[in-house]
Design a protein around this ligand. Structure first.
Ligand SMILES: *Cc1c(COP(=O)(O)O)cnc(C)c1O
Length: 384
């Protein structure tokens, strides 16, 4: 393979969204239709999303962060309540809890799966604990059954941060066919399916879905579509403090096309991930992703762990790869190290270990086998 080892003229990015001509056309059609903000395309996207996931309700919103915010409100989490969540996550997980005046209580993770360790949460529960915000980190489902069992025993609501988990499976079911009360997805360009910005909440509870639909639109009693289609003058009311967390029809138009591509996206990612794991298994200083038998990963990210002294050389390894035209990222962040969430109280050894030793490799739909072979070759030249 030495013939391929010249540095590529273009940098290989960590991620790159795939947007085709059909997405462009769908946006132009939406623009010309006259419905610019939330309208029929949002409704169609919700219907198709709920059918794809196999959940009776899907509510589109402006991002996963706003989805989580509304989910917490609708589940009755408020000021002074405690919500257990992992620290090993994007900061939006904890921020959504802070938005409702509640307190994030960080549980440690299982270092193999990067997800909440069910054994690490029971001793965090207090009389003020209201919910568990479970994250399916980088697209691998958390171990839901033991988590749900603890939640049921303590009468806690389970909310799923499924930002990264579109197409991921737990015991043969897609994430979002809710195990918890609600699941929240992200359509940020860093995720597998994108609408620019956007989010979706799935729930089997239709009353909860109605409440979420109201809250996303200023808590208005009538939707724009209902008012538009009404043959009588319709006067709306506003019964509580709501939000403007709408998705636009321009975004939904993109989402509908992307949803049609999703199975192809997932197949390609799983194929490239298996090629990585095969090509890296001989390296003693690096550990490939672990997948429990009851889970199917979507490989929203491919994160390896650097072992032994290699972990301490992570930044140098990243620099070396960068100079060879390969962009990488450090592991998932640890929220408890950021200023708003620092405290002497946190004891999170596994979280700290993973955040300090993880390395995210490039993985995106249009990545070629040649690019991946080059990355594998360059990783093998590293003296860790
Ligand atoms: C990306 C991400 C979010 C935030 O999603 P947005 O759509 O950007 O608001 C929340 N939680 C996790 C775990 C994420 O990865």
């Amino acid at each position: 393979m030495s013939a391929t080892s010249t540095i590529p003229s273009k940098m290989i990015p960590v991620a790159r969204p795939y947007i085709g001509g059909e997405e462009e056309k769908a946006v132009v059609d939406a623009l010309r239709s006259g419905w610019i903000t939330q309208g029929p395309r949002v409704a169609e996207f919700e219907k198709k999303f709920s059918e794809y996931i196999g959940c009776s309700n899907a509510v589109a919103v402006s991002s996963c962060t706003t989805a989580l915010h509304l989910a917490l409100i609708a589940c009755g989490v408020g000021p002074g309540d405690e919500v257990i969540c992992p620290s090993l996550s994007f900061i939006a997980t904890a921020n959504s809890i802070a938005y409702v005046g509640a307190i994030p209580v960080f549980g440690d993770i299982d270092a193999d799966t990067f997800n909440l360790d069910p054994n690490a949460i029971e001793n965090l529960i207090t009389p003020r604990t209201k919910a568990i915000l479970v994250v399916h980190q980088i697209g691998l489902a958390a171990d839901m059954h033991p988590l749900l069992e603890v939640a049921a025993r303590h009468n806690l609501t389970v909310i799923e941060d499924a930002a990264c988990a579109i197409g991921s499976e737990y015991e043969g079911n897609l994430i979002g066919r809710p195990l918890g009360t609600v699941a929240c997805f992200s359509f940020h360009p860093r995720k597998i399916l994108t609408t620019g910005e956007g989010g979706m909440i799935t729930t089997s509870d239709s009353e909860l879905a109605d409440r979420l639909r109201k809250l996303r639109q200023h808590a208005m009693s009538l939707s724009d579509v209902a008012r538009h289609n009404s043959t009588k003058v319709a006067i709306e009311t506003y019964d509580e403090v709501g939000f403007n967390y709408r998705m636009t029809d321009l975004q939904a138009a993109i989402g509908i096309v992307q949803l049609g591509r999703l199975d192809g996206f997932l197949e390609r990612r799983r194929y490239l991930a298996s090629r990585y794991s095969e090509g890296l298994q001989d390296l003693p200083w690096l550990q490939c992703p672990f997948i429990p038998v009851n889970c199917r990963h979507n490989f929203q990210s491919y994160m390896v762990r650097l072992l032994g002294s290699a972990a301490g050389k992570r930044d140098a390894i990243m620099q070396e790869l960068l100079e060879k035209g390969i962009s990488t990222r450090r592991a998932i962040m640890a929220i408890h190290r950021e200023l708003p969430y620092q405290s002497e109280e946190w004891k999170l050894p596994e979280t700290e270990h993973v955040t300090d030793s993880g390395l995210i490799l490039p993985l995106f739909h249009e990545m070629t086998e040649e690019e991946q072979d080059y990355i594998l070759e360059m990783i093998h030249t590293i003296t860790a």
